[in-house]
Design a protein around this ligand. Structure first.
Ligand code: GTB
Length: 215
């Protein structure tokens, strides 16, 4: 059965691939699972039909027969459980890859999202100039720790996994701030992730939506 995901009708990132449907598209492309996309406006996301799929009125969502899911990482995990290629078979390696999924979302993403939101919502506030350095320092702290752990490795723990997929999407959100530039191995890690054919197909698909050229 072909799953249907939801995505922004018009993404505020103008097709940079920073919205969270990108994670789901990428996971689907990695495992070779075709999918349908239903585009939704901000207004439609707050209506009962969409709230029945996601109580928080957000994208992405997942519909596959009777199964409805929300939360991008839960959807990526679901895909990784259904298909080979995103989680190792060996039990300990699988648990470690799942730990990296949680690390991406719970430990690395929060300061990066905070930095992004401060830039969007607080730029004109009187406290902005004072607050920004502290927020950026929290991002640098996490990036430095991640950079030390990654070292010269290609991926976080052996072969590319759903942990890398989520971590890469989190780091992409930090890139526009320039904070990633201080960590050449993280930049190279991200470049490896973006060079994956699955990433490129997913990126092209969401960009086509923004450009109005999707098939
Ligand atoms: N925890 C949820 C998940 O992972 O699925 C969070 C989902 C979420 O934040 N969805 C956002 C949304 O639907 C889109 S991705 N927002 C609409 C709303 O809340 O009304 C977040 C996002 C939006 C825009 C950019 N950007 O422009 O760069 C980046 C990320």
């Amino acid at each position: 059965m072909t799953p249907t995901i939801t995505a922004f009708e018009q993404s505020p990132d103008r097709g940079q691939g920073l919205a969270r449907d990108m994670r789901v598209r990428w996971a689907l492309e990695e495992v070779g699972q075709p999918y349908d996309v239903r585009l939704v406006s901000f207004a439609a996301m707050k209506r009962p039909a969409h709230l029945a799929l996601n109580p928080f009125g957000q994208i992405p969502t997942w519909e596959e027969g009777d199964l409805v899911l929300f939360e991008s990482a839960a959807i990526v995990f679901h895909i990784a459980q259904q298909h080979a290629g995103l989680l190792p078979d060996e039990a300990s390696a699988r648990s470690r890859a799942i730990a990296w999924m949680f690390a991406a979302l719970n430990t690395v993403e929060p300061p990066i999202v905070e930095r992004s939101m401060v830039g969007i919502l607080e730029r004109d506030e009187p406290w902005y100039a004072q607050r920004l350095p502290a927020v950026e320092q929290r991002v640098r702290h996490r990036l430095a720790q991640l950079s030390r752990r990654l070292g010269d490795a290609q991926w976080l723990d052996g072969a590319f996994s759903a942990g890398d997929l989520l971590m890469a999407t989190v780091l992409l959100r930090a890139r526009p701030t320039g904070l990633l530039d201080g960590y050449p191995n993280l930049c190279a890690y991200l470049a490896r992730a973006e060079a994956r054919p699955g990433y490129r197909r997913a990126f092209a698909a969401q960009l086509a939506v923004f450009n109005g050229t999707q098939g």
